[in-house]
Write a protein that binds this ligand. Structure first.
Ligand code: ADP
Ligand code: ZN
Ligand code: MG
Length: 496
């Protein structure tokens, strides 16, 4: 992580960073917010446009019902209260990518308020980050500078994005570190992906984040002046930008200066923020109610209907999966990172005798091989059924972990499923009792102390001998036969 100046840990520790986030999320509706144009990323410039989204005189907006449903769904997922009546407003400003001269947004009567997302604080305890509001608005077009020979003197405008439905999610200034910011964004994205309202693709701009950062002396009762870091295009960069900004502001204050309220841009190549424009103390957007749209009424019945589309959300799902399958926190977190991954795991886990082993195989063996082959799970030669079979065979000891790895290697090398390769290459098993007995004798002689423990009544030591013989046989001893013979041999030694 880059640092603004070399500040000692003692100096950094004197200050309390305070961060609030404004996140814009494009909704995955088929059409735009107020017209029938296709809502799709890309396309030839200025082909997804009509009089309404171009702001031509006389063209009237008609609110997209699906956009409202998605916005309500997102609001519920982040624990917001829906205002039954919300009001669209015009936010007036001039910018070339906004032909109407104003943006339709919501101002003093937003769709939803008073939500929260849980994140871990520095001590590892969960705390609530308040969500001030979620409101609906429309996206602007894009200024294009790349790809034109004369782009030094000209700006090109692509209005395809104009009128794309957005929600803006504003957090309270409750975040206290760059790590908390990272976790908040990760969780918010996870939740939104679960609800299916957005693809949250930062590269394509369907999730965008502005971070408001200030610092104050610890124990101070008033927040410091904030600077806003705009449009950073990955969560990792946002973490770096926030950390940079915290240290920059501390540096300014330590030098006896004052933090200026302004917008700053992150330069990822240099790992620092630059002043973009100083922010007017009071915005002068001259908001007024949008005269072409009725107030939006989302009554209890409609809310209830939308609520039926809300899936089990990541946090609840994690808790349930830990309880139901005995997973570790870490594994549960990884498995629930996306709804698809969690569904995949649970489909397999429910068919297997050992969900934990399914988790282990999915998270390490399969993930590793998919990554090496640079393919997605959909292209994996090993299907969910194959994973279930592999897990059950490994769990029963019928195949050793080394054999499991070899079989999976073969699957990925040949493009065959696990069942096929296992049936064909089934590891040779030694079921010949005299051969196994000889190995057991050898192991008992080599480990007199453990044999004594067994004879003294500690029956669990049998597993140790089973393991030793498995190793000696290179995993080829038939586990059922082995288990039985080890117990019989040890019992034959008689009690101490
Ligand atoms: P503005 O009027 O400048 O838009 P708001 O009060 O609407 O400011 O807040 C915008 C965002 O800035 C919110 O996410 C809020 O939590 C955050 N914020 C407000 N004050 C501070 C502060 N002193 N330090 C850090 N973030 C802040
Ligand atoms: Zn249109
Ligand atoms: Mg504001």
């Amino acid at each position: 992580m880059s640092t603004a100046t070399a500040l000692s840990p003692e100096i950094l520790a004197k200050y309390q960073p305070v961060i609030g986030l404004e996140v814009h999320v494009q909704l995955l509706t088929a059409t735009k917010a107020f017209c029938g144009c296709v809502n799709q990323y890309g396309g030839d410039p200025n082909t997804h446009v009509c009089p309404t989204c171009l702001g031509l005189p006389g063209a009237l907006p008609v609110l997209n019902r699906k956009a409202v449903e998605f916005a309500v769904l997102a609001s519920k997922a982040i624990n917001c209260t829906i205002n039954e009546r919300s009001v669209f407003a015009r936010k007036n400003y001039f910018y070339p990518d906004s032909p109407k001269g104003y943006q339709i947004s919501q101002f003093d009567k937003p769709l939803a308020e008073h939500g929260w997302i849980n994140v871990h604080d520095a001590d590892g305890n969960l705390k609530r980050i308040g969500i001030t509001r979620l409101h609906m608005e429309e996206d602007a077009g894009k200024s294009v500078h790349d790809g034109f020979a004369d782009s030094v003197t000209k700006t090109y405008i692509d209005l395809n994005r104009c009128g794309t439905p957005l929600v803006e999610i504003v957090s309270e200034p409750d975040l206290r570190s760059a790590d908390e910011v990272f976790e908040y964004l990760t969780k918010l994205k996870e939740i939104l992906l679960y609800t299916g309202v957005s693809d949250c693709n930062m590269e394509e701009g369907s999730l965008r984040c502005d971070a408001n950062v200030s610092v104050m002396l610890k124990g101070a009762d008033k927040f410091g002046t904030k600077a806003e870091v705009k449009n950073v295009n990955s969560f990792r960069f946002i973490r770096s930008a926030v950390q940079y900004e915290i240290e920059r502001q501390i540096g300014v204050l330590e030098d006896g200066g004052r933090v200026v309220q302004e917008s700053r841009l992150w330069n990822s190549a240099e790992g620092r923020t630059y002043s973009m424009r100083s922010k007017e103390q009071a915005h002068d957007y001259r908001y007024f109610p949008e005269p072409d749209l009725q107030p939006l009424i989302v009554g209890a019945a409609w809310q209830a209907e939308i609520l039926t589309q809300l899936p089990e959300l990541p946090e609840a799902r994690r808790a349930r999966m830990i309880a139901e399958y005995g997973l570790s926190e870490q594994d549960a977190a990884t498995l629930t990172a996306t709804r698809e991954f969690a569904d995949r795991f649970e489909t397999a886990a429910r068919q297997s005798k050992s969900p934990r082993r399914v988790a282990a195989i999915l998270l390490s063996e399969i993930t590793m091989r998919l990554r090496a082959a640079e393919i997605e799970f959909e292209q994996s030669p090993v299907t969910l059924a194959g994973i279930v079979q592999a897990a059950d065979l490994a769990e029963s000891g019928a195949i050793s972990s080394k054999q499991l790895k070899q079989l999976l290697d073969t699957c990925f090398a040949e493009g065959h499923d696990f069942g096929f390769v296992y049936e064909r290459d089934k590891p040779q098993q030694i079921s010949d009792t005299s051969a196994i007995e000889a190995m057991i004798d050898e192991v008992i002689t080599a480990n007199p102390k453990q044999a004594e423990q067994y004879r003294a009544g500690k029956k669990t030591v049998a597993a140790f001998f089973v393991g030793q013989v498995m190793r000696l046989s290179k995993g080829q001893a038939n586990p059922a036969v082995l288990n039985e013979l080890v117990a019989r041999k040890l019992d034959a030694l008689g009690p101490l």
